[in-house]
Design a protein around this ligand. Structure first.
Ligand SMILES: [Zn+2]
Length: 221
């Protein structure tokens, strides 16, 4: 049974996150995708194919059950639907997913480089964001390539080579913040790497702890 009040609330959250991604230039055109799990746990709300983040409305979002059944919709399901569904199936803690083609992070990933967690915030909030290669036939990553990384319950963010980013969270806002942190970190890493190269510098400091509290506790131990 679909809970209409829950659907209305989740619709508003998804549209707000999509608008924010567009305004921050994390996602232009009709690429990328974002989704949110409904309170029942066994269905999601997701943007359909061909609709931009700035054009999401209560009328065009789709409801899809975790077994793949689509509630009636005139729109085509997203190309990313299968990997979203599989992440919700394998990780009950995941309640929202934001997938963007944000340029700094995707540039890093297209060079075949994992974005380093080089700021204290990334150590605290992410820990590690694996780089997931293209599928073996050179096509986009599917659940076959993506889900194995997310079977590790500590993985909250990943970057898809030649494709984009994935942030997952217990809420839409948490997944949204991760999409922003991934992009911000790639930008910072690029500036760091460019300056290091310009100055012939081979090594740079990396933080060990994400918070002062963790660092203090480690000192005491
Ligand atoms: Zn994509």
């Amino acid at each position: 049974m679909l809970d209409q009040a829950d659907i209305a609330a989740k619709t508003a959250e998804l549209i707000a996150a999509a608008r924010r991604c567009f305004d921050l230039r994390l996602q232009t055109n009709a690429g990328g995708n974002l989704s949110i799990r409904l309170a029942s746990g066994d269905a999601i709300l997701i943007k359909p194919s061909g609709i931009g983040f700035a054009e999401c409305t209560p009328e065009n979002l789709q409801i899809v059950h975790l077994d793949g059944r689509l509630e009636p919709s005139p729109y085509k399901p997203s190309k990313d639907l299968d990997f979203h569904l599989d992440l919700y199936r394998i990780r009950p803690d995941i309640r929202a997913i934001v997938h963007c083609h944000s340029p700094w992070a995707t540039g890093y990933a297209s060079a075949g480089r994992e974005i380093p967690c080089l700021t204290v915030q990334t150590i605290e909030k992410i820990g590690r964001m694996p780089l997931i290669p293209l599928s073996p036939n050179g096509g986009p990553q599917t659940e076959i390539e993506i889900s194995p990384y997310f079977r590790d319950p500590n993985i909250r963010a990943a970057v898809l080579a030649n494709h984009g980013t994935i942030g997952v969270g217990k809420t839409m806002m948490e997944a949204q913040y991760l999409a922003e942190i991934i992009e911000e970190t790639a930008h910072i890493a690029f500036v760091r790497d460019t300056l290091m190269a310009a100055h012939g510098q081979a090594q740079a400091n990396m933080p060990t702890f994400g918070t002062a509290r963790e660092a203090r506790q480690a000192m005491k131990a």
